[in-house]
Design a protein around this ligand. Sequence first.
Ligand code: HSE
Length: 309
Amino acid sequence: MKEIKVFAPATVANVVCGFDVLGFAVNEPGDEVVMRLVDKPGVRLLKIIGDEGRLPLDSARNTVSASVQHYLKHLNREDVGVEIELHKKMPIGSGLGSSSASTVAGLYAINQLMGNLLSAKELVPFAMKGEELACGYGHADNVAPALMGGFVLVRSYDPLDLIALPTPSNLFAAIVYPEVEVPTKDARQMIRAKVLLKDAVTQWGNVAGLVSGLFLNDIDLVGRSMKDVLIEPVRSILIPGFEALRALAMENGAVGFGISGSGPSVFALVKDEATARKITDAQQKHLANLNINSNAYVSSVNAEGPRVI
Ligand code: HSE
């Protein structure tokens, strides 16, 4: 095989209570990468479509090409020649793991072209290098679910210990992206470095509750664990009408609601697709009244991760 086109999914990182340690993949949106093997050694990013010129084309600075370079270096195969086209199909700086989706599509593509040498889990450290390039910190809560599919827990960063969690059937995400940009780098700088013990107790109770809810297939337990006393109070200020969006989600049948990743996207978890659409419709109407454009995505949890298209 010489050429491949891969789709990799957007992700909802943190899942409200699990800052940097929880995330899940969705079916849409996502990014696509076209990759081909060529004779001339080196990794070249030929073009990016759909980014309005905002992402670096320099192969060393772009998260897709840079992580492919790391991968080939790890395999001692820097003799390999690779050409890449990135098709951005999702908004940048949206809190939906935009850089992660591109990076993961690239890594999945090169791994396929090289004969599937590494597992999805083994690709995660290379994708984390891409996150480091994009936002200054190699967090895994977008790239791990984007690569592995489903819900993933980052039990530990050092050493990296990733746990694939069960995905309850009949669980839908209702995502709304208000078109205001919140770069992850800035959103990370806002957070206090120290937390109160009483807040930590609340937070780890909820993380454990959410994980238990997934194992028990108890969606209500998942929902009532979606509480964040550490990060949301600070970051929600950047999201127009955040409390109203929460109220609309909960009134219309959500089991839980919060910020997706570092925002500004928000998401609700719900038990059926019709409820998800009711929520996103109400929230989009509210944002339109505030003169804010928005996009909505309704999706079940993506259990497979990237795929060849
Ligand atoms: N855990 C990361 C953060 C996710 O909240 O900064 C970024 O999408």
